[in-house]
Ligand binder design. Structure first.
Ligand code: OFO
Length: 171
């Protein structure tokens, strides 16, 4: 079954949001690596890689459905964060924004009776739930240390362990 053009457009926009997330997390990884926070850097590199995979999943679906690919411009992510906490706050806010965009699309797809697209989108709803929870957890941990260097260095080590653990579980 052909996907209605309105839904194709929205799926393309979701793909663009995933690519922006990939770019944004790469920029945040650089923020940390430039300041020698290697653990937070590894954490955001992993998040960036995952966002690229989310974009690919959408790309493959569009190809499978025989939809011509329509590239959209990717916005330049902000770079000058004022603190490590600001990086996590911005990431958490972005995840919530992405969740909302999937909810809106999900509703549209359901109202239009596009059941195949609805089934495809279920994965993204689960993934957004996990990503929001992860970003909120780290944002709260970082807020707790109130910019204090010993606390930040401890969390930096923890972030590295978390990134490595998730990576090894994926292998
Ligand atoms: Fe792609 O999961 Fe976040 O945005």
């Amino acid at each position: 079954m052909k996907i209605p053009s309105e839904i194709v457009q929205s799926l393309n926009e979701q793909l663009n949001r995933e690519l922006f997330a990939q770019y944004m997390y790469l920029t945040i990884a650089a923020y940390f690596l430039e300041r020698d926070f290697e653990g937070f850097g590894a954490f955001f590199l992993k998040q960036s890689r995952e966002e690229g995979e989310h974009a690919m999943r959408l790309f493959k679906y569009l190809m499978e459905k025989g939809v011509p690919f329509q590239p959209l411009p990717i916005e330049i992510p902000p770079k000058n964060y004022e603190s490590p906490l600001a990086c996590f706050q911005a990431s958490y806010e972005y995840e919530q924004k992405v969740t909302l965009s999937y909810y809106n699309l999900f509703k549209k797809v359901r109202d239009m009776g596009e059941y195949d697209v609805e089934e495809f989108l279920q994965w993204y709803l689960r993934e957004q739930r996990e990503e929001e929870a992860l970003m909120r957890l780290w944002m709260e941990k970082v807020a707790m240390v109130k910019g204090e260097p010993t606390g930040l260095l401890f969390l930096d080590r923890e972030a590295r362990k978390a990134a490595e653990k998730e990576e090894s579980e994926e292998d």
